[in-house]
Design a protein around this ligand. Structure first.
Ligand SMILES: Cc1ncc(C[n+]2csc(CCOP(=O)(O)OP(=O)(O)O)c2C)c(N)n1
Ligand SMILES: [Mg+2]
Length: 788
């Protein structure tokens, strides 16, 4: 957008697109300007915004949204072009001035597109760079999945999944993990349009990087389209002497090109003549041009050339091959800091903004008016109404409806009581039983889709996969099965399979869980995604997990095995921080059952909870620790609320032992011994410090808001204990997860659990070393009783 293009009487598509582009740069700049200069600032903090990043992507987004995209396509917009997306929605009549004027303010439009906070018009949230880009590939894989399983109308057109990416996003490793995984799954209908301005936050990028990108993408089966020069530069290059000029620009280092763009026509002329003064052809091209015209010509990159962009995008719609467009752009195009290396957070001054307003014929006081400043506002308005993306996907927005999957009152399950089993073993067996269902009772099992980053077998998904198969768009032979070679894994691979096997890259697991967990909204098909991973390696993908939760994706994460109960494995494999992570992660309800009867209740709850509007994703932390499973009556509501008394305390009891997960047997042993001296001692099973804590917070808030009778599950549970009672807690995880329990009723919590990296050893040694065995629990009880 380096000049205002005249619009002829008969409005051409390109003319109308130029008007759109002009409005997008203006509105995005104005939104940011308004937030920083025209609103009262109460705290003196910089509000911020990215006018240069927006201007960089405006032409690409104009071509996509006002020419190419169809309503059912899905788009992840680079975070720093969020205001451009708000402006696009505004021009389509789907965004309000109030929201835009409230950019970055409480309740206003978000800095970076947010599904949860900006609402129906946003397909994918972005912010943590790289993740939104990769998510489109997994969303496309899920489209293949739901279509292959007949969950959507086969006649419905296939969506294209488009990412508008900043070039620095390509530095994120998760991009390449996703590319490799996408290649394995033969993904299609994915476009990544790279806003190739060769600038990141700090600096101008190394030269010739594009060659690396091209090679990498091609190796992964992608089509790569380089969009380098616009029509005017191409025309200049075609003239006599033009090839020298092209060679000169081709060889111009990124940093010099950026600096010249910032400096303008005179600097361009000087630099070109310094190298090519003797070339008559080159002189014939540049000499007749004014400085302004020369600057405009030299910055005529394809990423700002609407004719090139629309032509190339239109041609690319003819194939479903994943395609990467390297669209050369200028960061800050058309704005005073265009090309300056420090322009990432740069902002126009009040004077510069005023000049920009005048240049665009926008009257003071009319800055937000939709078609203000355009030569043919009515014609432009009519044009916008006719573009494909103007059609509404649903009457209310871009979220599709999907019926919920009925969850039976109890899940089919194997006989559990009387056996020695671990929760991980129980999980595998229950899932396998669910997978056995046929006919009408198979409604639930049909919708389950499992996924795992190369740990399906070691997290006990094997029996489920044997029943339901591995998903692939193409049927592939199982050489071992067909050759009758003995193997416990009989993994047929076909479009009807229900397990998606991933390579060992945990971020991909969470991105796929995120995509699958949005299928109801994005694809109109409800699936129940279950992802398994070794609990410590949740940390490896935590940003992607956080990201999936931020989008409000719905899935079940199973972290297993967990804790130092992986005794021989050493500190890298032993998760201690995950119980605390489960408490602090929003939109993720975390549980850790000790026994399989609790697990069955929680698994059923997970299928239900992840489908409820008020629900969330669910995380189960499981273990390979084997425990004797006894017959008992459980109150499911208590297991789900986070704790239940295994042995209720006597009224006024001075001490209780509370345990979570795999250390149950140690707590039971300590409790049995303590009963001899302290007969009223209670034994509490904690199934979710996360739910207990959330309930406590909610009750406190409700009381503050005047609901005096409000209370919560943990308050009720602890009420029978004496006011100064001690609660000795133990888990195979960081004790901070329980340390707050004493504050609930002003009692004394003594929390036990490993707070250092684990060691190798056997259970006896490690439980002793980390003070979570029965004797350590008894020692803590003795200490607590001493200071009564
Ligand atoms: C994971 C992550 N790390 C760091 C940042 C901070 N950050 C925001 S934008 C940016 C550079 C963006 O450069 P690019 O992707 O090229 O975008 P553009 O040039 O179009 O603004 C960085 C480092 C972030 N948003 N996310
Ligand atoms: Mg960039």
């Amino acid at each position: 957008m380096n000049e205002i293009r005249p619009i002829e009487a008969e409005l051409s598509t390109l003319g109308a697109l130029a008007s759109m582009e002009q409005k997008l740069v203006w509105l995005a700049s104005w939104m940011i300007h308004n937030a920083n200069h025209l609103r009262p600032n109460r705290d003196g903090l910089k509000v911020g915004g990215h006018q240069a990043s927006c201007a960089s992507a405006a032409s690409i987004m104009t071509a996509l949204y006002f020419d190419i995209l169809r309503p059912y396509d899905r788009v992840a917009v680079k975070p720093h072009a969020g205001p451009v997306l708000h402006a696009i929605n505004y021009l389509f009549g789907r965004q309000t001035v109030e929201q835009m004027a409230g950019l970055r303010q409480m309740g206003g439009a978000q800095a970076y597109p947010s599904r949860a906070k900006d609402g129906e018009e946003i397909d994918f949230s972005t912010g943590s760079v790289g993740l939104g880009v990769a998510l489109t590939s997994f969303a496309s894989l899920m489209q293949d999945y739901v279509r292959a399983h007949g969950f959507v109308d086969p006649a419905a057109p296939r969506a294209r999944h488009v990412a508008i990416a900043g070039d620095a996003e390509l530095d994120e490793g998760n991009i390449y993990e996703a590319l490799l995984e996408g290649w394995k799954h033969d993904v299609r209908d994915v476009w990544w349009v790279v806003d190739y301005n060769r600038q990141s936050l700090d600096s101008v990028m190394p030269d010739r990087l594009f060659g690396r990108f091209e090679g990498l993408f091609r190796d992964m089966g992608w089509k790569v389209i380089s969009l380098k020069y616009g029509k005017r530069l191409e025309a200049a290059f075609a003239r006599p002497g033009g090839s020298s000029l092209r060679g000169w620009v081709d060889d111009c280092p990124n940093s010099i090109y950026s600096a010249l763009t910032f400096q303008g026509g005179a600097a361009w002329r000087q630099a070109i003549l310094a190298d090519m003064a003797k070339s008559r052809g080159v002189r014939a091209i540049i000499d007749p041009l004014s400085d302004t015209e020369l600057a405009s010509l030299m910055s005529n990159l394809a990423g700002h050339d609407l004719a090139t962009l629309t032509e190339v995008f239109r041609a690319a719609t003819k194939t479903d091959q994943p395609t990467c467009f390297l669209a050369y752009t200028i960061k800050g195009m058309g704005l005073p800091f265009a090309g300056h290396k420090d322009n990432h957070a740069g902002m126009m001054t009040v004077e510069q903004m005023d000049a920009f307003r005048t240049q665009l014929n926008i009257r003071p006081g009319h800055e937000w008016d939709r078609w203000e400043g355009l030569a043919q506002p009515k014609a432009v308005e009519r044009f916008v109404e006719t573009v494909p993306f103007a059609a509404k996907l649903t009457p209310h927005g871009r979220r599709l409806a999907a019926a919920t999957v009925p969850v039976p009152a109890t899940l089919p399950q194997p006989k559990i009581t009387g056996r020695r089993m671990s929760t991980q073993g129980g999980f595998g067996e229950i899932l396998s039983e669910i997978g056995r269902a046929k006919g009408d009772s198979a409604a639930l099992s049909k919708r389950i889709v499992t996924m795992s980053p190369d740990v399906a077998v070691s997290t006990n998904l094997g029996p489920w996969i044997n029943r339901r198969g591995v998903f692939d768009r193409h049927t592939r032979d199982d050489v071992f099965r067909d050759g009758k070679l003995a193997s416990a894994q009989r993994w047929g691979t076909s479009p009807s399979g229900q397990h998606i096997e991933l390579g060992i890259a945990e971020q991909n697991l969470f991105l796929l869980l995120g995509a699958a967990g949005l299928s109801h909204d994005l694809l109109g098909a409800r699936v129940l995604p279950i992802g398994t991973v070794y609990d410590p390696f949740v940390n490896r993908g935590h940003d992607a997990l956080f990201y999936a939760c931020y989008q409000d994706a719905r899935f079940l994460l199973v972290g297993t095995p967990s804790g130092i109960t992986l005794a021989p494995e050493g500190g890298q494999h032993q998760s201690t921080n995950t119980p605390a992570l489960g408490i602090v992660q929003d939109r993720l309800a975390s549980f850790e059952p000790a026994y399989c009867d609790e697990l069955a209740i929680l698994l059923r709850h997970a299928f239900d909870w992840m489908q409820r509007p008020e629900g969330s994703a669910v995380w189960l932390r499981l273990s390979t620790q084997v425990l004797m499973q006894t017959e008992r009556e459980l109150n499911p509501a208590h297991v789900i609320a986070g704790a239940h008394w295994v042995v209720p305390p006597a009224p006024g009891a001075g001490i209780a032992i509370a345990y979570q997960g795999a250390v149950a047997a140690e707590a039971e042993k300590a409790h049995a011994e303590l009963l001899e001296d302290e007969p009223g001692t209670g034994l509490l099973a904690i199934t979710s410090p996360d739910r207990l804590y959330a309930g406590w917070r909610a009750a406190q808030r409700a009381r503050r808001l005047g609901e005096a009778a409000a209370s919560c599950h943990i308050e009720t549970l602890l009420a029978p204990l004496a006011r100064n009672a001690a609660i000795v807690t133990v888990l195979d995880g960081h004790p901070a997860a329980h340390a707050w329990l004493g504050a609930v009723r002003g009692q004394r919590a003594m929390a036990l659990g490993p707070d250092h990296f684990g060691q190798s050893g056997d259970i006896t040694d490690l439980y002793h070393a980390y003070e979570i065995d029965a004797s350590a629990i008894l020692d803590a009880c003795a200490e607590a009783l001493l200071v009564r």
